[in-house]
Design a protein around this ligand. Structure first.
Ligand SMILES: [Zn+2]
Length: 250
């Protein structure tokens, strides 16, 4: 009887404790991050100052970021379009939805408007370049159903990048054709771009990272450097950890 009463009292206490406790926070081992490799083999995006297609930069950086996330315990993360065979933007989002991603990060490398391009010749081949702009930028869509959380991750990523010495580029805010994107935070290089398909069609929080300007000759070289890529990846891991710690499970 005593034992039974003890059990009842304990159960009651347990129930009260459970009811009062906050929902368990997200743990990296359970949190699902989708990394989308921007562009494709067929449509490879911008061409760098040394003639390398953007897709290859996106593919290589995404692989470094994926490894860093896995090493940090985000074991359920996955890469979309790692082989460059997904051309459709909708298909990328569909894969993220199907695999229950909780955060979507599109990896890109940046270009500039044609008016800023000059030509140089390297190893007998002429390429277009612009050394005018340098740095990262982040985009979020006001049409994403989870805009506030998209913005939260963008903030964390930008803060982690700037803490590691990276600087944002503000050239997408210039009032010229092809740009004119509203800046949400100039110090952090965060822009609003409502109609970016992958951002607005994703059902989970979604952010697009332009890791750097590959038309800039110095920055292009940095962006091919393993240690430099690992520093970018370190910033994304730090942002993911902080973001995850703020996620409450239902
Ligand atoms: Zn791109």
């Amino acid at each position: 009887m005593l034992n039974q009463l003890f059990s009842i009292v304990c159960l009651g206490l347990f129930a009260a404790t459970a009811a009062a406790a906050p929902a368990p926070a997200c743990s990296p081992g359970e949190f699902v991050i989708a990394l989308d490799v921007g562009h494709s083999l067929h449509s490879p995006g911008a061409v760098s100052a040394r003639g390398v297609p953007e897709f290859r930069f996106n593919q290589e950086l995404a692989a470094v970021v994926a490894d860093a996330l896995t090493a940090a315990g985000f074991r359920k993360g996955f890469v979309i379009n790692a082989d460059g065979r997904i051309a459709s933007l909708q298909e990328r989002v569909a894969e993220a939805n199907r695999r229950h991603a909780e955060l979507f990060l599109a990896i890109h490398h940046d270009s500039v408007q044609p008016r800023y391009l000059s030509e140089w010749t390297r190893d007998g081949v002429t390429h277009r370049y612009s050394d005018r702009f340098h740095g990262f930028s982040l985009f979020v869509s006001g049409k994403n159903p989870q805009f506030a959380d998209s913005r939260r991750f963008a903030n964390l990523a930008a803060m982690a990048l700037t803490a590691r010495g990276f600087t944002p580029t503000l050239h997408h805010a210039e009032p010229i054709p092809g740009e004119g994107r509203p800046l949400l935070d100039a110090a952090l290089g965060i822009y609003r771009f409502d109609d970016l398909i992958v951002l607005k069609a994703a059902s989970m929080p979604a952010v697009l990272l332009e890791a750097g300007v590959i038309l800039n000759r110095d920055e292009e070289r940095q962006l091919t450097d393993t240690a430099y890529r690992q520093r970018i990846a370190g910033a994304i891991v730090a942002a993911a950890q902080q973001y995850c710690s703020g996620v409450q499970r239902p």
